[in-house]
Design a binder for this molecule. Structure first.
Ligand code: GLA
Length: 373
């Protein structure tokens, strides 16, 4: 009898370890940085709805802020002039509320994933400034208004600065509305929910030209009395570029504007990038080529170590600047979900996040948690 129960206890303990019970004592991301900033992830609908139950559990365990990967972009939420598709966004917001998370809205004005009808009349002709302003205001009122008091902050404007000289990007918004397109979007958003935080969000902001372009834009908004709460540095980075010093220079420069700085779409691409631009322009894609899909059988240890060090270096920098940083959001939960499996080349096996395809933490997770100490 005694022997049997001892055996039973050992058996239970082993089963507990095998099922991951032992890991429960490891600090989570949200606990480690509790005093510093929120840590979050961008979610897809399978995670929100619980269809990807393991990912949903990870999100609840690790993160205290969420962003919608796609479902609040103009195309998905407002596909036709008189048709809004609110169900996925409603579920997203409900998920955040149930789990007491800081809920982010993404994004109100962008040149991508915005349907053509927004800029055209029934005959396919470009609409006037007046018509487009009315459409923008209606859209922002409807979407921001619906989640007033629930979504804590909005990426009002996404990627409005170009990759060359840091000028305003040549988009339909600029072409039709003129230079005050940004001011209008921020004004409408503020009117729709005066308490929501409002952000400008972009990639490659470590580059001096883009940094200066954003500073100019934000200063012009501030001169009009428009409140910009934070600049979102997307953070689609590589293993070696940009340097920590380059990222830091932008954190410091932006904070001098009196705004906060968030890292809003963090991921680290370990795969070779055929582009020489090192940006994250989703329009820049390349044909499939096996020489760029190099880790289909798993990530070699040497690369895993580089990824670990890279994440640790970045989080050490974030921790150093925690007085101006409110939030670090990873662009996905596990490697399976990452957009980097399909960009800039479709169908690759990518390893950019802190959790692997097996839903288990990578060595980088522990290294990141250590930086909070
Ligand atoms: C940009 C957008 C995101 C997302 C990524 C790629 O960074 O801001 O919403 O589309 O590209 O997934």
């Amino acid at each position: 009898m005694k022997i049997q129960s001892t055996k039973l206890l050992i058996g239970l303990a082993l089963a507990g370890i095998a099922s991951g019970f032992g890991r429960k004592t490891e600090p989570t991301l949200k606990a480690a940085f509790k005093k510093d900033f929120y840590v979050g992830a961008a979610l897809n609908y399978r995670q929100i709805s619980g269809q990807d139950a393991k990912a949903t559990a990870l999100v609840k365990q690790q993160f205290n802020t969420i962003s919608p990967e796609n479902l609040l972009k103009w195309g998905p939420v407002h596909p036709q002039p008189d048709k809004y598709n609110f169900k996925p966004a409603d579920d997203y917001v409900a998920f955040g509320q149930q789990n007491k998370m800081f809920i982010v809205g993404h994004t109100l004005m962008w040149h991508q994933q915005t349907p053509k009808w927004v800029f055209e009349d029934a005959a396919g002709q470009t609409v006037s400034r007046e018509v487009l302003l009315k459409r923008l205001e209606d859209h922002i009122n409807t979407v921001v208004g619906r989640y007033k008091g629930k979504i804590g902050g909005w990426d009002v404007l996404n990627e409005a600065i170009d990759d060359q000289q840091g000028d305003l990007r040549k988009t339909k918004w600029l072409e039709i509305l003129g230079e005050d397109f940004a001011a209008k979007a921020f004004e409408y958003a503020h009117k729709a929910d005066p308490k929501a935080e409002l952000y400008y969000n972009d990639y490659s902001l470590y580059r001096p030209e883009k940094r200066e372009g954003v500073i100019k834009l934000v200063k012009s908004l501030q001169a009009k009395g428009i409140k910009v709460d934070a600049i979102g540095m997307q953070g689609h980075y590589g293993l070696t570029r940009p340097s920590i010093e380059q990222v830091e220079a932008s954190i410091v420069a932006f904070s001098k504007l009196g705004v906060h700085v968030n890292f809003t779409e963090l991921d680290i691409d370990v795969l070779p990038n055929p582009s020489r631009r090192q940006g994250a322009d989703i329009a820049e894609t390349f044909g499939a080529d096996t020489k760029y899909n190099v880790y289909t059988a798993g990530l070699p240890d040497s690369v895993q170590q580089k990824l670990t060090k890279r994440y640790a270096d970045l989080f050490a920098l974030f921790h150093k600047h925690r007085d101006v940083i409110d939030r670090i959001t990873l662009w996905g939960v596990t490697d399976t979900d990452s957009w980097l499996n399909d960009w800039p080349i479709r169908g690759r096996t990518s390893y950019p996040l802190l959790f692997g395809r097996d839903y288990l933490p990578k060595p980088a997770l522990q290294a990141v948690v250590q930086t909070a100490k």
